[in-house]
Design a protein around this ligand. Structure first.
Ligand SMILES: *Cc1c(COP(=O)(O)O)cnc(C)c1O
Length: 367
């Protein structure tokens, strides 16, 4: 008898979404914008402490706008962590700029030490750095902010996975010059698809808004002076976002609890190491991730699949992707090793303690 499938990170509705969508329909502000887009932006600002925000169709679009607003052009160099998801760095190519990939350290996130080396060795001065708070765990932000200040490099945070995670009580997405959050279907909260670009700089966010609505000048007759995009979020999806924000704290609590349960159950297995969190940080544990020192992770993934449980390898580093075979990289082997021995376990906030138990039983059987 096949048991219910346990997914990696499925959407988890609050119950209020449908009510707000009905309000959207009653007002007939289905599109383009409307009151819920403003409310969603306010709610993200209120929760994170970000000063300015613009709701968009994806985080990938947000990163593209960030690069546009910061003036990144053809043949500019952009530093980025290699250990991330492609959405983090595709925008570098949209702008015909050149990535320089930097390896991770023991935090699993970008290594400040290798970042310094990458800046020294770059063919010309890089203009920006994109960091990813992987799986909802903070990068070494203190050091990274200091390096960027010292070198005069813009800092962009890819906080797609880390909404609500913090370091010294300060939220991820508020350390850099600009940052994005994602509301894609598998993230800690979802609008089915969507993103938010935030910044301390009001002018940049105003400019991003302008670019995201086809760069339409302020005339009745549709006048355009520069290339724009259709990147704004619809009022319907923003209504889902407003309802999801009302339960964000609960969702984070549950994800952290699930991590705790896995840790409790699996720490007895010697070859397992969980992704760490840096001192003074509070990650959102979007996904519980671990590495194995002996067993091939594919063996575990297959065993879980047999029990109708979804799991995945860790992100394949960008410097190992065919798309980036010619890119400059500064490496010490860390992210490659993590990729080869790592697993993401089901971590959705709607999982029951029993579901976690089901996953642990399979792992204990294999390892
Ligand atoms: C999901 C994700 C993105 C892309 O977000 P979209 O909203 O789907 O564009 C970018 N970076 C990271 C690290 C992600 O996990």
């Amino acid at each position: 008898m096949p048991r219910d499938r346990i997914y990696l990170s499925p959407p988890h509705m609050s119950g209020q979404e449908q009510t707000y969508i009905n309000e959207v329909f009653e007002s007939n502000y289905i599109a383009p914008l409307g009151a819920f887009v403003d409310r969603f932006e306010e709610s993200i600002k209120g929760y994170t402490g970000a000063e300015n925000a613009v709701a968009l169709c994806s985080a990938t679009a947000g990163l593209h706008l960030a690069l546009r607003v910061l003036g990144i052009e053809k043949d500019d160099y952009i530093l980025a962590s290699s250990f991330t998801f492609i959405g983090s760095v595709n925008a570098i190519l949209y702008q015909n700029a050149k990535p320089i990939f930097v390896d991770s350290d023991e935090s699993w996130n970008i290594s400040p030490k290798l970042l310094r080396k990458a800046i020294e060795e770059a063919p010309k001065k890089p203009k920006a750095l994109i960091i990813t708070h992987l799986y909802g765990q903070l990068c070494k932000v203190d050091e990274l902010v200091a390096i960027c200040k010292e070198e005069g490099i813009y800092l962009i945070e890819d906080a797609a996975e880390s909404l609500g995670a913090s370091f010294k009580q300060k939220q991820s997405g508020t350390f850099g010059d600009m940052a994005v959050y994602s509301f894609n279907g598998n993230k800690i909260l979802t609008t089915s698809g969507g993103g938010m670009l935030v910044s301390h700089n009001e002018e940049w966010i105003e400019k991003a808004k302008f670019l995201s609505t086809q760069s339409k000048e302020d005339f009745l007759h549709y006048e355009h002076k520069e290339v724009g995009y259709n990147y704004r979020m619809s009022n319907v999806l923003a209504a889902i976002g407003v309802a999801q924000m009302e339960v964000l704290s609960k969702r984070i609590e549950r994800r952290r609890e699930i991590f705790g349960l896995y840790k409790e159950q699996l720490s007895c297995i010697e070859e397992i190491t969980f992704m760490p969190g840096i001192a003074k940080s509070r990650g959102n544990r979007w996904l519980t991730t671990l590495t194995l020192s002996k067993t091939n992770p594919l063996k575990v993934i297959e065993a879980l699949e047999k029990e109708n449980i979804e799991s995945r390898p860790l992100w394949k580093p960008m410097h190992m992707q065919p798309l980036f075979k010619d890119a400059i990289s500064v490496l010490d082997g860390t992210s490659k090793r993590l990729f080869e021995c790592g697993i993401c376990l089901p971590s959705g906030s709607s999982m029951s303690d029993n579901d976690v138990q089901r996953v642990c039983t399979v792992l204990k059987g294999v390892l």
